[in-house]
Design a binder for this molecule. Structure first.
Ligand code: GRF
Length: 219
């Protein structure tokens, strides 16, 4: 029997740095369609992240681990691991979290971390994907949900959303369309994981017992 059918919801920590619209989409999906997770904490490295307000409004515990109040990245990352270990989540969702996770973090929570990246990976790893794609001759742009491994934006891909680039698109108009897709896609993948259908084994994404060899794209 699937976990969700047993009525259990997997404990989840969401990491954010900014506006938290993906977090909001996930909260809405929990409230409106019984996405079978319980967000036990929303953690932000940025005390001014608007996503913190969204969490408070939904009565979700928030934790600020202010990057600027630590002497260096190494210490910040150590505290981050420690705090998340204390929560002992079954799933960690990166939703616009703008820091690079340490190797220790990735190893400690291996197979439990999902990220959403605004490009059709492996294209455009890193930042400013909208500017970069608009300077290219690509026909499509989109977003990717993948498991996290220590190599940046390189973990096994689960699902992608794509949209055609229009002649008059600018970074904002394109981001708007891509993000609408993210709000559909991220809860879908989280549900797959929460129900036990999706796993990462030996750095491969496994869905319903089979490796995902050909990436599924929705549009
Ligand atoms: C998303 O578009 C996602 O692709 C990227 O950062 C953005 C975060 O936006 N990782 P928000 O904080 O969820 O509004």
């Amino acid at each position: 029997m699937k976990k969700s059918e047993m009525g259990s919801r997997i404990s989840t920590v969401v990491l954010i740095s900014g506006s938290g619209t993906n977090l909001q989409a996930i909260i809405d999906e929990i409230n409106q369609h019984q996405l079978p997770i319980e967000i036990i904490s929303v953690v932000s490295d940025n005390p001014n992240a608007y996503g913190l307000k969204r969490a408070e409004k939904a009565n979700i515990k928030t934790q600020i681990i202010n990057y600027d109040s630590f002497p260096d990245r190494i210490i910040f990352n150590k505290i981050l691991v420690q705090k998340i270990k204390e929560s002992n989540p079954e799933l960690i969702v990166l939703a616009g979290y703008m820091r690079i996770l340490s190797d220790e973090f990735c190893h400690q929570f291996k197979g439990k971390i999902l990220n959403i990246h605004p490009s059709l990976l492996p294209k455009y790893q890193g930042l400013n994907t909208y500017d970069r794609v608009l300077k290219s001759t690509d026909e499509y742009h989109g977003s990717t949900v993948h498991f996290v491994i220590p190599e940046l934006d390189s973990g096994p891909i689960v699902l992608q959303y794509r949209t055609k680039i229009k002649p008059h698109d600018n970074p904002n108009s394109l981001a708007k369309r891509v993000q609408q897709g993210e709000y559909l896609m991220y809860p879908m993948v989280i549900k797959m994981f929460a129900e036990g259908a999706l796993r990462m084994v030996d750095n491969q994404a496994i869905f319903n017992g089979k490796p995902i060899t050909k990436v599924r794209i929705i549009e």
